[in-house]
Design a binder for this molecule. Structure first.
Ligand SMILES: NC(=O)c1ccc[n+]([C@@H]2O[C@H](COP(=O)([O-])OP(=O)(O)OC[C@H]3O[C@@H](n4cnc5c(N)ncnc54)[C@H](O)[C@@H]3O)[C@@H](O)[C@H]2O)c1
Length: 336
């Protein structure tokens, strides 16, 4: 069996998914494309994917099992609810929601409908990140003291003025929804719940209203501290560094996750030689969609827990609140 999916939203990421899944014959295939802009249809047709403009009608098609949402963030919660009500599995691009309450609603509605809820945090499938997670959970680094990560690029540096990605309502706190949420998702998977954030944005050259830099200090429930930043207008710089009592590790990616290129994992233990492994690129978008497909087919569990899905939306909400208030914001515990 294979999960037959309809991708909704044929912008940057919906097109990327169609290209990446073109020859897929595994657990998930894209069999339909939906966009409320009829002009988007040309790309779908060129790629041999049937196209529709009426989302509400298209998702009731008995010949699809799942719907992938690659739409602007403000639509996610409502569209997840519509997909679940149609009895289809839903893969929602990040962020799942713009706040904790909406993420809780999306998790609850999918649970009630008995459908899977996937999430577009493909960075968890990067080989170097998987290896880093193994090292962290093995205890080799000892007690985790602190983590720092950056996700900076220029993929969104030239979006037109007025684009929804420049709007603080749809994409709050500069690059937080573009890149920051990927880092905080990795943090939640590696170090557990985040309980406090203190964030700032600034507008240096573009994104006048929303800022083109976001920077945040975090505290984890474990007691460790963290930091991350995302810059929307600079050359690619993509790193994660974890400091433990016995040593540290660092992942450096040479390319954006959508572009083939190697990544390097360095481990430096106290009083030891520094060791670096290089990992070849793999298509993590496809890996995530196929893992979601397998979960829909009942072939194993999906690696994102409900607590992490809600937790990341809570972190996003807290970052936006902290930017607005210029003060630290507490995140109450997330319950399943
Ligand atoms: N996982 C990743 O690494 C990654 C990378 C890029 C974007 N994204 C996510 O993908 C989503 C889309 O981002 P994008 O950069 O492709 O945006 P985009 O603006 O390039 O494309 C959005 C598309 O959605 C369509 N659309 C808008 N409202 C719609 C509606 N109500 N129903 C159907 N179609 C609608 C638009 O016509 C457009 O074609 C966002 O959630 C974004 O954060 C994820």
């Amino acid at each position: 069996m294979t999960i037959r999916a309809a991708v909704t939203g044929l912008g940057w990421w919906g097109k990327h998914m169609i290209r990446r899944m073109k020859d897929a014959d595994g657990d998930l295939r894209i069999v339909k494309a939906i966009d409320n802009n009829p002009e988007a249809g040309a790309f779908a047709i060129e790629n041999g994917v049937p196209f529709e403009t009426d989302f509400a009608k298209a998702i009731t098609d008995p010949n699809i099992d799942a719907v992938i949402l690659c739409t602007p963030h403000g639509f996610h919660t409502q569209q997840v609810a519509m997909v679940a009500a149609a009895g289809k599995h839903c893969f929602c691009e990040k962020p799942l929601a713009l706040n904790r309450a909406e993420a809780e609603a999306s998790v609850a509605v999918c649970k009630k409908a008995g459908v899977q809820l996937g999430i577009g945090h493909e960075r968890r499938y990067e080989r170097a990140m998987e290896e880093a997670l193994k090292i962290i959970t093995s205890g080799k680094l000892g007690t985790i003291m602190h983590v720092e990560a950056t996700f900076n690029h220029d993929k969104l540096a030239n979006v037109p003025q007025g684009d929804w990605r420049m709007n603080p309502k749809d994409a709050p706190a500069a690059g937080m929804t573009g890149m920051g949420v990927h880092l905080t998702d990795l943090y939640l998977s590696m170090f557990g719940p985040i309980t406090e954030v203190y964030a700032a944005t600034t507008s240096r050259v573009k994104y006048k209203e929303n800022g083109d830099v976001v920077s945040a200090i975090l505290r984890f429930e474990s007691g460790a501290t963290g930091y991350f930043n995302a810059v929307l207008v600079t050359a690619l710089y993509n790193t994660l560094t974890v400091f433990g009592e016995h040593g540290w590790l660092e992942v450096i990616n040479e390319t954006h996750p959508d572009t083939p290129g190697p990544s390097h994992l360095t481990v430096q233990m106290r009083d030891c030689e520094r060791v670096t492994h290089t990992y070849q690129w793999m298509d993590t978008v496809r890996a995530n969609l196929e893992a979601f497909g397998r979960a829909c087919e009942g072939k194993g569990s999906y690696r994102f827990t409900d607590i992490e899905k809600i937790g990341n939306a809570a972190v996003l909400e807290a970052v936006a609140k902290s930017v607005a208030s210029k003060a630290p914001v507490q995140i109450p515990p997330i319950k399943a």
